[in-house]
Design a protein around this ligand. Structure first.
Ligand code: GSH
Ligand code: ZN
Ligand code: ZN
Length: 191
């Protein structure tokens, strides 16, 4: 079906095809000279489109494509000296290339339900067949980057058409996971 609304170059030309058994690959930044290379062992989890202002997007994209992997599956292979944390006060410590701006990995280090996970952008893999995005998060946040609020119904309709159920936070499963973690921590939930 023709894309009537532009979301992200990969989503616009048809959902990237996943393949079971993706064993990982190397994330490569966009620098022609001395690109940063980060090895990821295994497939990504919770891949999704994110509309927030903080996640890295390629030029012209409205949404980011972002997923998580356990921190111990990440290894910087080359040119890690080019990396700097975008915002040290943020939950996600996004390590961006100072040359091209691509975010290479973002660990959650502080106490949080996502502690121990790193956020990465699978489109930077040097290989295809990573698990495709399954939902859309922080959709209303695209307004903060300049999307006309009047375009939101068409954008949500297009996401839904692609099977990326739109949410203005995370999807139900992850929000339930976060709330369960919080309820256990406070003692409200005993099991
Ligand atoms: N409306 C805000 C939402 C930012 C936000 O909460 N982003 C989510 C999804 S990536 C998050 O978990 N952020 C944690 C962080 O940025 O460290 C924006 O667009 O800047
Ligand atoms: Zn770079
Ligand atoms: Zn985001």
């Amino acid at each position: 079906m023709t894309a009537t609304v532009s979301l992200h170059p990969l989503l616009d030309k048809g959902m990237p095809k996943g393949a079971s058994g993706f064993t990982g690959g190397v994330l490569v930044c966009a620098c022609a000279d001395r690109p940063v290379r980060v090895k990821v062992d295994g497939d990504v989890a919770h891949n999704h489109a994110c509309g927030c202002t903080k996640c890295w997007k390629p030029d012209g994209a409205t949404f980011s494509i972002v997923a998580v992997v356990p921190h111990d599956k990440i290894a910087v292979l080359e040119n890690g000296d080019k990396l700097a944390v975008v915002d040290t006060s943020a939950l996600i410590q996004r390590h961006a290339c100072k040359g091209c701006g691509v975010h290479m990995y973002g660990p959650v280090e502080r106490e949080h339900p996502f502690q121990g996970l790193d956020f990465i952008h699978p489109e930077r893999f040097n290989a295809d067949s990573w698990s495709p995005p399954g939902f859309a998060a922080f959709v209303s946040s695209i307004i903060e980057s300049g999307t006309d609020p009047a375009d939101m119904p068409a954008i949500r309709a297009r996401l839904t058409e692609l099977g990326l159920t739109p949410s203005d936070c995370l999807n139900n499963a992850l929000m339930d996971y976060i709330a369960t973690w919080t309820a256990r921590k406070s003692g409200v939930l005993k099991s």
